[in-house]
Design a protein around this ligand. Structure first.
Ligand code: FMN
Length: 413
């Protein structure tokens, strides 16, 4: 049997197995998360803010730690409703599984006295916490109740950094007043969990189009499609795209997927109806529609041909209408004389007609300087820096436009 196209977000009958794999990843992550908390508790050197709070409440109420975790999770989940966040399987599982895993691990783990062993417990706990965060968030089946509180506030226009800091500090202060353990571990956790989550979440995030329906896939990271627009044999495009996609993965703000127009292989537009009607008669159009629908943001890796954009790009744009709307667009252009800048300027009016939202920040690659004699790409510091600025800008715009798509009822997914 021919496998479904790599770019198809819903791989039909092959959908079930990836879902089970993600479910397994979710539960391994949640159990490990519980174990990691127990390790930090037994180390006795200070906990992360939420667990200081849980521990303080457990001590005051006489309830078991795990039950307090479950109770607080359930209460935080109630706050999701005014914030209009939607819980997934991962969210509901989080409420129950983490608490049970904490209690089971606390019963099984010793409480070391010697300082080196306590430090070992703490460091292992924090590392395991980072891996567990990557696993359960990367599963894409819904974030934890506490994560959703942050993303909910961010979606309502508050800065994610400010929202997160305010929540963490309030919870820490409350937990400390209740008698939870604040110590060196709290500081170590505070400085390391960000980088750990940044490293592990993208590594455990399967490709967004890896065989899930949109109902099953509740990404905590927006989906960025890096689209290779040149299609000719021997093209430079994939080399540039590969470099940029790696930067995007490391950036940590997106679930990144490379989409190659050569693989998509669209004929010249052959649909009888205007794309705005969404009455597609060809399977290749339906596949392309699903691919574009699945994206929250785009980066076009595009060459300059005859001082303009290339034909496959224009053709691919013309095929669809609603699927493109209100999504941010970045450009990584390349060319011989003008680093592809003229092509970018020319495609922008086409894209704004489709209500796509091009950002000013861009990467421009002058091929004469940046390809070596073997045809390998040699990125310089300007390219690296402009890639980061472009990704930062896309990351700012993506949630805002996602909200706009929801509120305007743009007929997307
Ligand atoms: C049909 C064609 C037209 C081109 N026109 C331009 C141009 O106007 N300006 C420019 O800087 N480079 C131009 N080039 C050179 C391309 O920038 C260079 O070949 C690049 O590698 C093309 O991208 P690709 O390899 O991904 O197809 C042209 C290349 C082709 C094939």
């Amino acid at each position: 049997m021919t496998p479904p196209p790599a770019h198809s977000p819903v791989a039909g009958r092959q959908r079930v197995r990836p879902f089970l794999r993600r479910l397994l990843q979710l539960y391994v992550g949640l159990v490990l998360f519980g174990v990691s908390i127990a390790l930090m508790v037994q180390a006795g050197l200070g906990l992360d803010p939420w667990d200081v709070f849980h521990q303080g409440l457990a001590e005051r109420s006489g309830l078991r730690f795990g039950w307090v975790v479950i109770g607080v999770s359930a209460l935080v989940l109630i706050l999701w409703f005014p914030l209009r966040q939607h819980p997934g399987i991962g969210t509901v599982s989080n409420v129950v599984v983490v608490g049970l895993a904490v209690d089971a691990s606390l019963a099984a783990l010793p409480e070391p006295r010697e300082i080196p062993l306590r430090i070992a417990f703490l460091v292992t706990g924090i590392l395991a916490n980072g891996v567990a965060t990557g696993l359960y968030i990367g599963a894409g089946l819904g974030p934890g109740p506490r994560d959703g509180l942050m993303t909910g506030l961010a979606a309502r226009g508050h800065s994610i950094r400010l929202a997160r800091t305010a929540i963490e500090l309030s919870v820490l202060a409350a937990g400390w007043l209740l008698g939870g353990t604040v110590g060196a571990g709290t500081v170590l956790y505070a400085v390391s969990i960000g980088p750990l989550a940044h490293y592990f979440i993208p590594r455990f995030t399967p490709k967004p189009t890896d065989g899930l329906t949109d109902r099953e896939y509740l990404p905590t990271m927006p989906r960025l499609h890096v689209i290779i627009t040149s299609t000719r044999p021997g093209r430079v495009g994939p080399r540039v795209a590969e470099w940029f996609a790696e930067r995007a993965e490391n950036h940590g703000g997106f679930a990144v997927e490379v989409v190659d127009l050569a693989d998509v292989n669209l004929p010249f537009l052959d649909e009888p109806h205007h794309p705005s009607e969404r009455r597609y008669v060809h399977q290749h159009t339906r596949d392309w529609s699903a691919t574009v629908d699945a994206a929250d943001a785009f980066v076009f890796v595009m060459p300059e041909y005859n001082q303009g954009f290339n034909a496959p790009l224009k053709n691919a744009l013309d095929y669809l209408y609603h699927e493109w709307q209100y999504k941010p667009v970045g450009f990584v252009s390349y060319g011989m004389t003008s680093a592809g800048l003229r092509a970018v300027q020319m495609i922008k009016p086409v894209m704004t007609t489709l209500k796509m939202m091009p950002v000013t920040e861009a990467v421009s690659v002058p091929l004469r300087q940046r390809l070596d004699s073997d045809g390998r790409l040699r990125p310089d510091r300007v390219m690296e820096a402009s890639a980061t600025v472009l990704l930062d800008e896309l990351q700012q715009l993506t949630p805002v436009l996602a909200t706009l798509r929801k509120t305007t009822g743009a007929p997307a997914r």
